[in-house]
Design a protein around this ligand. Structure first.
Ligand code: SF4
Length: 267
């Protein structure tokens, strides 16, 4: 069995939701423009670092999703998101703080780490390069809200960064957050993951995998106000037995876990 950060994170959020997704094959319908745009923007970033025309790359990718069924929110539209994407690519070039040498080797890097009992853990790092001249592991994010920068050190607790640091052995990590707001902005956020954090993350992975393989899928409903994870859970309809909600949000594709490599784009 091959595990990924998304799988571990989903199990830790709610084991029942993990079962729905990975054992029963219920997947969320791809109607969220922000998610699709994020994938297109990553392709455009690849073009930027290969010194190709990244605005054209963004247009070509994003043009695949000119579909009326996409559910835009917060005043977004296909055109507005495209304009914001171009603006962010221009900002990236103006700031000129990120360097990726040999983009064919240092973008979208697949790493596999063996786990106990013949299992594997796979991760796709967005990039290894330099931020302000220092070598680090880089993770791209497109978002409509700025990442919190206070209190100091908060970023070192990011589980995805911890995971990528664990699998790569690289302690210097950074998030480059492309913030789509009225005034688009880029945040360059760096942190260091310690040996102890990496070691603990490895233990967390092994413990989680052993619970999954032990068939423990009790729901963690998190129903307490106001942090109610169930309200944003795509599988809420399954837990409530609400057919209308199931049909609006989910599609069942048993055996689709071979597409898990796409998951890293959702994080
Ligand atoms: S609705 Fe709540 S209990 Fe049900 S799968 Fe989602 S998070 Fe878990």
């Amino acid at each position: 069995m091959t595990y990924s950060h998304t799988q571990i994170a989903q199990y830790l959020r709610c084991p029942r939701s993990y079962r729905y997704r990975y054992l029963d094959g219920w997947r969320e319908k791809e109607t969220r423009p922000a998610l699709l745009f994020g994938r297109c923007f990553e392709q455009a970033l690849g073009a930027y670092f290969r010194r190709e025309d990244c605005a054209v790359a963004l247009f070509n990718e994003w043009a695949k999703y000119q579909e009326p069924q996409l559910e835009y929110s917060h005043g977004d539209s296909w055109e507005r998101m495209f304009r914001q994407g171009v603006q962010l690519l221009e900002r990236l070039a103006q700031h000129n703080r990120v360097e990726i040498s040999h983009p064919s080797q240092n973008l979208q890097i697949k790493l596999v780490r063996p786990l106990a009992k013949g299992n594997d853990f796979v991760a796709y790092l967005d990039a290894i390069g330099k931020l302000d001249g220092s070598r680090c592991l880089l993770e791209w994010k497109t978002t409509t809200s700025r990442y919190p920068e206070e209190p100091n050190g908060l970023l070192a607790l990011d589980p995805q960064l911890m995971c990528y640091s664990w699998i790569s052995g690289i302690s210097e990590v950074a998030i480059v957050a492309f913030v789509r707001k009225r005034f688009c902005d880029i945040q360059y956020l760096k942190t260091t993951i310690t040996d102890q954090q990496r070691e603990e993350f490895g233990r967390l992975v092994e413990a989680t995998v052993s619970q999954i393989e032990g068939g423990q899928f009790l729901p963690h409903s998190g129903i307490r106000f106001p942090q109610n994870g169930c309200t944003s859970c795509p599988q809420l309809g399954l837990c409530l037995g609400n057919q209308q909600l199931i049909e609006s949000k989910l599609v069942r594709r048993p055996g689709a876990s071979d597409l898990d490599w796409l998951d890293h784009l959702m994080d």
